[in-house]
Design a protein around this ligand. Structure first.
Ligand SMILES: N[C@@H](CCC(=O)N[C@@H](CS)C(=O)NCC(=O)O)C(=O)O
Length: 234
C-alpha cells in the first residue's frame, strides 16, 4: 500500500485510495480539464473538492502542494521511477497524463509539439483573456463605468475565437482526426464563456460555426459529461 502521509495535503484531504491519483479540484474551466482527461483515460483516481467558499485553496495543506493557491493540482503515487509526483498547472498536468499513458497526444514528435503549441495557446491566451472578460462582464468589473477594459477583452476573445475557428475548418478536432489534450484544454473555456459567463452575444459567437460544431462534439462525449461534474460540489 502506497504511503502518502509525507504529503501535508493528505492531512486535510485524506487519501482513502492512496494507490490512485489524488485530484484536488473544483469543476471550473481549469479544474475540469483534468477530471475530463482522467475520465477519458480511464485512470483510477480519487477526487477531492477544494472549496473556494471556505478558501481551501489558501490553506497551508493546499499550499504545500501548490504555492500558487489555484486548482487543479494532483498527486500521483506512481509517478516517474515509481515515486510520488505532485503537480499543479492544468496544462502541465494534461501533458503529464498524456505522456504517462501515451494517449490523447500524437505519437510522432512533430505532432506532439503541435499539440503542445495549442495547449500553450490556451494557457497563455484563451484562459487569461476569457477569464478577464468574465470579470468585466459578469463579476465585480461589470459595475465599472469605464467600459474600455471590458471592450479590450471582448476584442481579444473574439480574435482568439477567430483563430480557433480557422484552425478547426476542415478538422474534426484541433489536431485533426485525433482528439487530444489540446481539445481538453481549450473547449471547457469556450463552453464557460458562452455558458456560465453569458458572453455569447458579446463576442458574437454565432459567427464561429466551426467552434460551435466542435464544442457540440466535445459536449457529447460521455467522459466530458462526467468530468464536468467532478469533484461533486458538496
Ligand atoms: N494557470 C492555472 C490557472 C488556475 C486557476 O486560475 N484556477 C482558479 C479556478 S479556475 C483558482 O483556483 N482560483 C482560486 C484563487 O485564485 O484563489 C491553471 O491552468 O492551472
Amino acid at each position: 500500500m502506497t504511503d502518502l502521509s509525507a504529503f501535508a495535503i493528505t492531512r486535510k484531504w485524506p487519501a482513502r485510495h492512496p494507490n490512485r491519483i489524488q485530484l484536488y479540484s473544483l469543476p471550473t474551466p481549469n479544474g475540469v480539464k483534468v477530471s475530463i482527461a482522467l475520465e477519458e483515460l480511464g485512470l483510477p483516481y480519487e477526487p477531492h473538492l477544494v472549496s473556494f467558499e471556505t478558501n481551501d485553496q489558501t490553506s497551508p495543506e493546499f499550499l504545500s502542494l501548490n504555492p500558487n493557491n489555484k486548482i487543479p493540482a494532483i498527486l500521483d503515487p506512481n509517478g516517474p521511477d515509481g515515486q510520488p509526483l505532485a503537480l499543479f498547472e492544468s496544462g502541465a498536468i494534461l501533458v503529464y497524463l498524456a505522456s504517462k499513458t501515451g494517449q490523447l497526444m500524437p505519437q510522432d514528435t512533430a505532432g506532439r509539439y503541435e499539440t503542445l503549441q495549442w495547449v500553450m495557446w490556451q494557457m497563455g491566451g484563451v484562459g487569461p483573456m476569457f477569464g478577464q472578460l468574465g470579470f468585466f462582464h459578469k463579476f465585480a468589473g461589470k459595475d465599472y463605468e469605464d467600459k474600455r477594459p471590458r471592450d479590450r477583452y471582448v476584442a481579444e476573445s473574439k480574435r482568439l475565437l477567430k483563430v480557433l475557428d480557422e484552425r478547426l475548418a476542415g478538422r474534426p478536432w484541433v489536431m485533426g482526426d485525433q482528439y487530444t489534450i489540446a481539445d481538453i484544454a481549450i473547449l471547457p473555456w469556450v463552453r464557460n464563456l458562452i455558458g456560465f459567463y453569458g458572453a455569447g452575444d458579446l463576442v458574437e459567437f454565432g459567427q464561429f460555426k466551426e467552434v460551435q460544431r466542435v464544442l457540440d462534439a466535445f459536449a457529447a462525449r460521455p467522459a466530458v459529461a462526467r468530468g464536468l461534474a467532478i469533484p461533486a460540489r458538496g
